[in-house]
Design a protein around this ligand. Structure first.
Ligand SMILES: [Mg+2]
Length: 313
């Protein structure tokens, strides 16, 4: 898969040509996404869908864990990958020997990638370097069936302290981009596109109070883990985005509104369940009616707001 980026466009000498070119790329991409009823999902790698460590950096506890039967079995069953970095690793090392890495894929990640492909074009956006990312893609999606859009690595990210990720390198308009990244602060300009996910910490980390999965002698659940939960949320957001109201077209749709709408419905549902559990059964239908009307009013208000913002433009 070609490593796609907008750097050539970004480096164009004329800012107006540059802006027009980026807009053209994003407009074309939007047409393609809408025709396939898809959105653009951007995934981080480390601590979001996997975790890697250089063997030398493992704690004494984890070195012992890896050498015990549980670790050996995980490597044999390809749940834990041990590999040697041929190129420059993601850390600058003084050693003359190539680094041995261990990579643990987050449970459910392969199902996540496959299922999400039905609704999303998918990109990787990582601050890891190209050599490391290429290896991770081999482990995650060797035939490149699911990660079908951009692969953006550290080499393409403008230098800054601290490092930042941003929508400017993406080939889609912000209104169709969803981001799943355990580090929210690196996306400070695009927080409304972010979906919360708890970091995945398989390896022992002595600087953290949180127990690693190796310390717990277990692993995150497939069915009830973070990736399964995030996939359910993404499906709801996708449905909300493509669920047009009467008189609406896709021009008025924005994934950031869909995220808010899904959150609002979830909180409304929680409040309703709470009220039903506190009141007699005979009042349940009244509560139901009340919430239906509240929901309808909220949707009307949202439509009015969209209509008004378009009138202003
Ligand atoms: Mg991360």
């Amino acid at each position: 898969m070609a490593i796609q980026n907008l750097k050539a466009t970004v480096n164009s000498s004329s800012s107006s040509i540059r802006a027009n070119s980026i807009k053209h790329v994003r407009d074309e991409n939007l047409k393609t996404l809408l025709s396939k009823k898809k959105l653009h999902l951007v995934l981080d790698l480390d601590n979001t869908i996997l975790e890697s460590s250089i063997f030398e950096d493992l704690t004494k506890y984890d070195r012992d864990y890896i050498q015990r039967s549980v670790g050996v079995k995980m490597i044999e069953e390809k749940k834990l990958y041990q590999w040697v970095c041929e190129g420059k690793g993601y850390k600058v090392r003084l050693s003359v020997f190539p680094d041995v890495y261990l990579t643990k894929l987050r449970p459910y990640v392969k199902t996540f990638l496959k299922e999400a492909s039905k609704l999303f074009d998918k990109s990787i956006f990582t601050l890891g370097n190209l050599a490391y990312t290429t290896k991770m893609l081999e482990l995650l999606d060797p035939e490149r069936l699911y990660i079908n859009s951009q692969v953006i690595t550290r080499e393409y990210v403008p230098l800054s302290t601290p490092w930042r990720k941003g929508h400017d390198l993406l080939k889609s308009h912000e209104r169709v981009v969803l981001v799943v990244d355990d580090a929210k602060d690196v996306w400070e300009a695009n927080t409304k596109n972010l979906i919360d996910i708890a970091p995945y910490g398989f390896f022992d980390d002595e600087s953290s109070d949180k127990k690693s999965w190796t310390r717990k002698w277990e692993d995150e659940s497939d069915k009830y883990g973070e990736l399964a939960r995030v996939l359910r949320e993404l499906k709801k957001i996708h449905k909300e985005f493509y669920n047009l109201e009467e008189g609406e077209d896709y021009e008025s749709r924005d994934v950031r509104d869909a995220i808010e709408e899904v959150k609002r419905k979830f909180s409304l549902q929680g409040t309703k369940q709470g009220m039903i559990s506190q009141h007699a059964k005979e009042t349940t239908s009244e509560i139901d009616e009340c919430f239906k009307s509240m929901d309808l009013n909220c949707r009307r208000n949202r439509l009015n707001r969209i209509q008004t913002s378009h009138d202003v433009m």
